[in-house]
Design a protein around this ligand. Structure first.
Ligand code: KIV
Length: 303
């Protein structure tokens, strides 16, 4: 058993909650928006308490937490489960949840029903879906159903097979025009923000300048309105070399490995737990216990 100290109750005044409006205000004031993924209660609390503006329960969950090869197998139930855990932790940041592959592709009716679950059951403030112009009608449907939508264009991991791998997008003039048109279509359909992933800096800068909604970049250069990274990339917890854009802020793997080796050795050498880390009987109970043990001990008769 281990006890996590949950948030104090209603006595403390909660900090003001970020909204799509406050994110837009940051864009207009040219204040960069910080965003990070989180998938569970402790990491979400750390991210929220660090003052990050937006928390995304990304379907990168599948790769960095659940050990899948890509994001495609992630289920709606898995995303809802992790979004609920994150929602219990987040007080300040704007909370966005990824709709997983297959949850918005079959029919608009199912997509809206699934999107509503993230808001109603899991506590997200918006959902994110991948794709550009081809998703514009769906973005409109979701928005009309009071499900705010963050778009995601460029390198869209759910399209790994149609892209032929994870490749930087928008590198030809044609592709640049298509991605600019995608961003416009999403904005016109009502998206509240757009993630720009894996595209040349120049293109992301152009889309950002043309958009009236915030752009949040990942591998898209410094000119976006905000930046997002995957939590596990920040802390070297992915067991793989980082992508070019993923700056490591701490070596979590080395930190954990050294603590784990220390724990293993302490157990092996009887250094853990110490007497101070053990519970003890009270003096009274101890005396009674020792007397009872003594009385129960078999006596050897003298001949
Ligand atoms: O799933 C995810 O983590 C994402 C971010 C990389 C934007 O979509």
């Amino acid at each position: 058993m281990s006890v996590t100290q949950l948030r104090p109750g209603t006595a403390s005044t909660p900090p003001p909650r970020a909204t799509s409006g406050s994110l837009l205000q940051k864009k207009l004031a040219r204040q960069p928006i910080s965003a990070l993924t989180a998938y569970d209660y402790p990491s979400a609390r750390l991210v929220d308490e660090a003052g990050i503006d937006m928390v995304l329960v990304g379907d990168s969950l599948g790769m960095v937490v659940l050990g899948y090869e890509n994001t495609l197998p992630v289920t709606l139930d898995e995303m809802l489960h992790h979004t609920r855990a994150v929602a219990r932790a987040v007080r300040r940041a704007f909370l966005v949840a990824d709709m997983p592959y297959g949850s918005y592709h079959a029919s608009p009716r199912d997509a809206v029903r699934n999107g509503l679950r993230f808001i109603k059951e899991a506590g997200a403030q918006a959902v994110k879906i991948e794709g550009g112009s081809s998703r514009a009608r769906l973005v409109r449907r979701l928005t009309e159903a009071e499900v705010p939508v963050v778009g995601h264009i460029g390198l869209t991991p759910q399209s790994v097979h149609s892209m032929g791998g994870y490749r930087v997008q928008g590198t030809s003039l044609d592709a640049m025009h298509r991605l600019s048109a995608d961003a416009r279509a999403l904005e016109e359909a009502g998206a509240i923000a757009i993630v720009l992933e894996g595209m040349p800096r120049e293109l992301a800068a152009e889309i950002t300048a043309e958009s009236s909604i915030p752009t949040i970049g990942i591998g898209a250069g410094p000119d976006c309105d905000g930046q997002i990274l995957v939590f596990h990339d920040l802390f070297n917890l992915t067991f793989s070399p980082p992508a070019k854009f993923a700056r490591r802020y701490a070596d979590g793997a080395a930190f954990f490995a050294s603590a784990l080796a220390q724990y293993r050795d302490d157990v092996a050498t009887h250094n853990f737990p110490s007497d101070a880390e053990s519970y003890h009987l009270s003096r009274e109970v101890k005396l009674g216990f020792e007397a009872a043990m003594e009385a129960a001990r078999p006596r050897v008769r003298k001949a």
